[in-house]
Each structure stands twice: as C-alpha cells, then as structure tokens.
Design a protein around this ligand. Structure first.
Ligand SMILES: *[C@@H]1O[C@H](CO)[C@@H](O)[C@H](O)[C@H]1NC(C)=O
Ligand SMILES: *[C@@H]1O[C@H](CO)[C@@H](O)[C@H](O)[C@H]1NC(C)=O
Ligand SMILES: *[C@@H]1O[C@H](CO)[C@@H](O)[C@H](O)[C@H]1NC(C)=O
Length: 191
C-alpha cells in the first residue's frame, strides 16, 4: 500500500543500513592477548584451558591482532607439519622481542609455536583460524589460560577480564564516523 516515493525511500534506507553494517564489520579490529598471567609461556599444568581451547572459543578476522608477551622465549609462525612436530628450525616467521603483535592479513589457518621445542611439546602452541566473513556482532570476552584459584573465571565466562587476563578491545575507532555519515545519508533520504 505504500506510495512509490515512500517505497523508494525505504529501499534507500535498507541499502544505507546494509552498507553501514558492512562498513562496521570491516572497520572493527580486535586485539587478542595470548595467555593469562604468564602470557605466552610454557604451560605449568595449572591452566584452566589450553591455548587451542581458548582459540576455538574466539572468532578471528582479517585485521585482528594477536599480542604475545613473553620472556626468554619466542614466537614462531610455522606450517601445519612443523606445528604438529614442534619443529623449530625453519619457521615462516620468527619473533623474539618479548612483546610481539601479529596482525592477520589473510583468512585461513595460522600456526604458532614456541621457539623452544620442549615448550612447544608441553603445549605452548596455538592454531588460529581466521574467518572469511567480517564480524558484525561484538564477540564475547574469553579468558585464557588463567591459573586455577587466581580468578575463578570458568571457560566461556563473559566477565570482563582483568588487565592481566586474556583480553581484547577495539583497535580501530572509525565506527562512530561511519555512523555519522550513515545518519547524514538517512536524513537526506527523508528530507
Ligand atoms: C599449581 O597451583 C598450585 C596451587 O595454587 C601451586 O601450589 C603449584 O605450585 C602450582 N604449580 C605450578 C607448576 O605452578
Ligand atoms: C631469562 O634468562 C636470563 C638469562 O639466562 C635469566 O637471568 C632470567 O632469570 C630469565 N628470566 C626468566 C623470567 O626466566
Ligand atoms: C610493547 O609494544 C608496545 C607497542 O607495540 C609498546 O607500547 C610497549 O611499550 C611495549 N612494551 C614493552 C615492555 O616493550
């Protein structure tokens, strides 16, 4: 029953909203801190979950960042085979600065291991799958791996983590300007 002009206006509105969601999805990057209190370190057996259990509870996208904090250790990016064997001799990339940020520049699987073979074999290894599609909804917080009794957070808890726990935050801040532009378009459509 809508008039032609009203229907045109609502089509434009839909297109605007769709573009807005798309832009929000692609302009929002998260930083994930790897590990709990001890950062990227050899598991001591007190963790509530492994690095990979943590990873499967999160959604990673292109542009997101992993932050590794470590002492007397390193981060190797390796292929699947070397990951499985904890083979440290021919990494794709190697970081030793103790304070490493790694930005995902493609989708697919990324394999991280400690440069110390015994650490890798003890479970200091991580597979991340980077999703193809941009995330529109805000993902939930997920702590990992925290020592027992330190913090009572159960896996999958949506409690905001303390600063030393695994955390993520919005690294980009262009969302508000996108919203302003979209609002402007909507106002034009209905003027
Ligand atoms: C694990 O936690 C217990 C109790 O908090 C502690 O006594 C023990 O030393 C811890 N083990 C390691 C390897 O840190
Ligand atoms: C790192 O290695 C140095 C030199 O071997 C040692 O003195 C230091 O205690 C180590 N630090 C940690 C946190 O293990
Ligand atoms: C780690 O790196 C960040 C930026 O990449 C820097 O702001 C921070 O000071 C560094 N921290 C240490 C301990 O090097």
């Amino acid at each position: 029953m809508a008039t032609i002009s009203a229907s045109n206006a609502s089509n434009l509105l839909l297109i605007t909203l769709a573009s807005l969601l798309l832009m929000l999805g692609t302009s929002t990057a998260y930083e994930f801190r790897v590990g709990g209190e001890n950062g990227w370190s050899k598991p001591d057996g007190n963790e509530t979950e492994s690095y990979n259990q943590w990873a499967t509870k999160n959604r990673f996208h292109i542009g997101d960042i992993l932050y590794f904090k470590y002492v007397n250790d390193s981060v190797l990016v390796v292929d699947r085979e070397d990951y499985n064997k904890c083979k440290t001799s021919k990494p794709v990339r190697e970081f030793t600065d103790g304070n490493t940020t790694f930005r995902f520049d493609r989708f697919g699987f990324f394999y991280f291991i400690s440069g110390l073979k015994d650490h890798c074999e003890a479970g200091q290894k991580l597979i991340v799958r980077v999703m193809v599609h941009p995330e529109v909804l805000s993902p939930s917080y997920a702590p990992s791996p925290l020592p027992n009794g330190e913090d009572g957070l159960s896996p999958g808890s949506s409690v905001k983590p303390k600063s030393n726990g695994a955390s993520k935050f919005i690294a980009g801040s262009s969302s508000s300007s996108v919203i302003m532009v979209a609002l402007g378009v909507i106002i034009l459509v209905f003027a």
